[in-house]
Design a binder for this molecule. Structure first.
Ligand SMILES: [Zn+2]
Length: 301
């Protein structure tokens, strides 16, 4: 299988900031490492056709679309990329597909791996149970995970997939206020749009911040819907990192692209450098570069 060479699973970054926004880094929270960012101008994302198996009205599809649209509205006003929803797909596999058609996938996992996977199964050590058994493989009360695959040297993102933990959370899409002891049909328990808007923040390169009222605050109490509306700090991130009319901004200047045509400096950075801003030039790097998949977790207590 074309499994990734290195899957790094990281808990939430230590020492979280309260800055208006915090960009995701190759090493989370380490400002000496590159930021993560997309370089293509159009990113297609797709929802699994299954939706949330635990509900019947399937309003979750629209809630997720609305979450992306909230970000897209900002990109349209001051950003340089387009988030576009593609057709729903049958794939249930997250992660980067090097060959064939990679999918930036949104899916709900409706059963826990603990319930369906034998503890001795090799997938437990390989961290592949979720894809193999279509199950949620984290027991830490996480509401959703954004799994992002990126080039650890350039910070360029190749894939980002969002999984929702419908095995342990009761996702709702209503507007009727928090569910009480007796749930009403329209009450809010774990709001899909609230969750998805936060995760799409990770998708586009944001880390958590403890700033009050931020969509990227790591915690979400039951009944919360305020993260549906993107805060000004996160909005400023889009305008600053993905400025309209110019190239996406890394946090650390990229290595010389050597576009002068062989005027020395071959030893710099191993001579394998390709322009991180040019889609085609980047592709050959994939074979050699270690791509890291990182999970961004959302606390659920
Ligand atoms: Zn998060």
């Amino acid at each position: 299988m074309g499994a990734l060479a290195s899957w790094v699973v990281l808990a939430m970054a230590l020492g979280q900031s309260s800055a208006p926004y915090v960009r995701s880094r190759v090493s989370p929270g380490d400002a000496s490492t590159q930021c993560l960012y997309w370089t293509q101008s159009r990113i297609v994302w797709q929802q699994s056709t299954v939706g949330n198996q635990r509900v019947t009205n399937h309003t979750e599809f629209k809630a997720i679309s609305d979450s992306f649209q909230s970000w897209q509205d900002i990109f349209a006003s001051c950003g340089n990329l387009t988030l576009e929803e593609g057709p729903r797909v049958s794939s249930r596999k997250v992660g980067y597909e090097r060959t064939g058609s990679n999918i930036n996938l949104m899916l709900f996992r409706s059963r826990s791996c603990r319930e369906v996977v034998d503890p001795s199964d090799a997938c437990n050590n390989l961290d592949t149970c979720a894809n193999t058994y279509d199950c949620w493989d984290d027991s830490n009360g996480t509401i959703a995970i954004t799994l992002t695959t990126y080039d650890e040297r350039t910070g360029v993102v190749y894939d980002s997939d969002i999984s929702f933990n419908a095995a342990q959370f009761n996702f709702t899409t209503g507007n009727g206020g928090p569910c009480g002891i007796v749930a009403t049909p329209d009450c809010v328990e774990t709001d899909v749009q609230n969750t998805a808007t936060h995760e799409v923040g990770h998708f586009v390169g944001l880390d958590h911040t403890l700033a009050t009222g931020s969509t990227m605050n790591p915690s979400a109490p039951p009944g919360e819907t305020e993260k549906r509306t993107i805060d000004t700090g996160s909005r400023d991130f889009v305008c600053a990192a993905y400025p309209k009319g110019s190239a996406t901004k890394p946090c650390i200047p990229l290595p010389d692209t050597g576009n002068g045509g062989g005027d020395g400096d071959e030893d710099e950075d191993g001579g394998s450098c390709a322009a991180a801003s040019g889609g085609l030039a980047v592709l050959p790097l994939l074979a050699a570069a270690s791509l890291f998949a990182r999970r961004r977790r959302r606390g659920g207590r």
